[in-house]
Design a protein around this ligand. Structure first.
Ligand code: DGL
Length: 264
């Protein structure tokens, strides 16, 4: 595969566009083929087997298109399928997981001083929070920190149905999920689902100033860059990159929403 081959990026729907947008910003020479599976969204309430089968179908099509790497721009599909996909394909497969490490590391004090325990809410899909991958991640951090798991499936639906601009609906939904916490005592909220990255401003409105809002997009794109560079597969610097979007839901509505989110 040549370095000017495209990168395949996929999600259950529109959430992964937040990752494609980050790739376009940080690696403007890259050609991204984005696939959103909105006809089958949401993934977060499906079984791991269903999500695995859908993910394999998408990656198979990417491989037919000659991609040089795949980014699973979906925490849920990563939980269900990343290990099997890596075993099956010999191109780099970059996955995502809730950025819990970044949140907990905020409590690390300078050398010799004690870690300040962090109180962290991880907002993600029910499947991500239920899977073994997240349990293992949590095990690394929960002895030194307090971690709350908050499944927020409605936040996926709001993006998919084009209601992200409905301030009342979004704030009502956030209050529904987060009013049970004493938010003044929360150090950070991890956006462990790529759809939730589009809610950053709403979370800012909900949370007290001191609370950080953390997502894994930047880290994922940095990692993608490191992997491609190590393989000599970064696109030539003078190449004119672009993001091409397709979706299993062929409607005009989804196409329009996708392009709006890409330039949001
Ligand atoms: N955007 C996805 C994630 O990062 C999944 C949303 C869904 O389909 O439930 O987990």
């Amino acid at each position: 595969m040549s370095s000017s081959a495209p990168i395949g990026v996929f999600d259950s729907g529109l959430g992964g566009i937040s990752v494609a947008r980050e790739i376009a910003k940080d690696m403007p020479a890259e050609h991204v083929l984005y696939f959103g599976d909105s006809a089958n969204a949401p993934y977060g309430v499906k079984t791991p087997e269903q999500v695995k089968a859908l993910s394999f179908d998408i990656v198979e099509r990417f491989v037919e298109h000659g991609v040089k790497a795949v980014v699973i721009a979906c925490n849920t599909a990563t939980s269900a399928a990343v290990n099997d996909l890596r075993e099956h394909y010999d191109i780099p497969i970059i996955g995502m997981e809730p950025a819990l490490k970044v949140a907990c590391d905020r409590g690390d004090a300078p050398l010799g001083q004690q870690h300040i325990p962090q109180r962290v809410i991880v907002a993600a899909t029910p499947l991500t929070l239920r899977e073994r991958k997240f349990a293992e991640l949590m095990k690394r951090f929960d002895s030194d920190n307090t971690i709350f798991k908050e499944p927020c499936p409605d936040l996926v639906e709001i993006v998919e149905s084009g209601q992200l601009g409905n301030h009342d609906l979004v704030m009502r939904t956030l209050h529904h999920y987060f009013d049970r916490y004493d938010l003044d005592r929360i150090d950070s909220v991890v956006l462990g689902c790529t759809h939730f990255v589009f809610y950053r401003d709403y979370f800012r409105e909900l949370l007290p100033k001191h609370a950080a809002i953390i997502d894994g997009n930047e880290g994922t794109v940095r990692h993608l860059g490191v992997v491609l560079e190590s393989l000599g597969k970064l696109a030539p610097e003078d190449a004119l990159g672009r993001v091409e979007i397709s979706n299993s839901d062929p409607s005009e509505r989804i196409a329009k929403l996708s392009h709006n989110l890409l330039s949001a």
